[in-house]
Design a protein around this ligand. Structure first.
Ligand code: BDR
Ligand code: CA
Length: 316
């Protein structure tokens, strides 16, 4: 059984990733590292603890990660994140408070220790910014090589971004961390908007969870209905994207997606921009891109470009 660590900025889809990892017998969830993004890092840890208890997984420890990127001195949650995930990150639903606290060990040190202990058997799933992974590699460069599989949710290759026309939220939170991770030896798979925006959940499924008659089923249905509603308000009436849980699914069963091997880069030039069809320009900083000039460069990751959404959803 592979060991799995989730690095979450626990909003709604992170909460779904957590549920998936708790429930899938193929992996042993050994810990959660909290990150910032949908909520502040402390709130992310609190949400993860509450949700783990709700799911009957009170034995899974939660570790605190970095609270902002290394090139900023603090982080504020974006209003759009609060609109999509709720100010509390879990759709304004009151999940019963856990009596547990985050561990004293830092998330970065926990990751370094686990990389040495489990190496090839360790799967890491970052579903927020790459700040913690980057910090672990900076502290102990062997970590990049040691971790068996890093499947991250982030980026957009063939479809528009969700922060700017070219950038996706997780990569955008810490562009320089993503750039360094991409240039490291890390064995990564990118599960970006190319596949997550095609994998949608609707109220048909949340209604089924509600009908289970369990507290977890009811609260998860309420949390996700808030998210589905936000998607509808933003012009996506077909359901909400299963961004983060798809990364967990792909790490366990790669057949859910088709990938291509490529030399993926992140545009880290803050001045770079690209002209849109209407003549306006959009920021390129944070863009995940593998272009013609990189065809001959050694590949550094797999990027998911197509998904068996129905097959995934049925299993999910
Ligand atoms: C990603 O951004 C966050 O808001 C979601 O949780 C997901 O990880 C989608 O771009
Ligand atoms: Ca996330």
């Amino acid at each position: 059984q592979k060991k799995m660590i989730l690095d979450l900025d626990t909003g709604v889809d992170d909460a779904l990733a957590l549920a998936y990892a708790v429930a899938d017998p193929a992996v042993d969830l050994i810990g959660i590292i909290s990150s910032y993004g949908n909520v502040l890092v402390e709130k992310s840890a609190e949400n993860s603890l509450n949700l783990l208890d709700l799911l009957g997984a009170s034995d899974v420890p939660v570790f605190i990660g970095h609270s902002h990127s290394s090139d900023t001195d603090h982080f504020d949650v974006m209003p759009i994140s609060q609109m999509i995930h709720g100010v509390n990150g879990v759709g304004e639903v009151e999940v019963p408070a856990s009596s547990r606290k985050p561990e004293a060990q830092s998330g970065v040190d926990f990751l370094i220790e686990a990389a040495h202990k489990y190496n090839d058997d360790l799967i890491l799933i970052p579903t927020g910014p790459m700040t913690n992974l980057d910090a672990a590699i900076a502290k102990d460069p062997e970590v990049a090589d040691l971790i068996g599989n890093i499947t991250f949710m982030g980026g957009a290759l063939t479809v528009p971004g969700n922060v700017t026309p070219f950038t996706e939220a997780n990569i955008n939170q810490d562009v320089l961390a993503a750039d360094r991770v991409f240039k490291s030896n890390a064995k990564s798979t990118m599960v970006g908007l190319d596949v997550t925006m095609r994998t949608l959940l609707t109220t048909k499924e949340t209604q089924q969870w509600r009908e289970l008659g369990t507290e977890a089923g009811r609260l998860y249905a309420d949390i996700v209905d808030y998210y589905i509603d936000a998607y509808a308000k933003l012009g996506n009436p077909g359901g909400c994207a299963l961004h983060d849980p798809l990364a967990v699914g792909v790490a366990i069963n790669p057949d859910f997606v088709k990938t291509i091997d490529l030399n993926m880069t992140v545009t880290h030039d803050t001045e770079a921009s690209t002209q849109n069809e209407d003549g306006s320009t959009s920021q390129d900083f944070g863009r995940t891109i593998g272009d013609m000039a990189r065809l001959t460069a050694p590949t550094n990751m797999k990027a998911a470009v197509a998904v068996d959404a129905a097959g995934y959803l049925a299993y999910f």
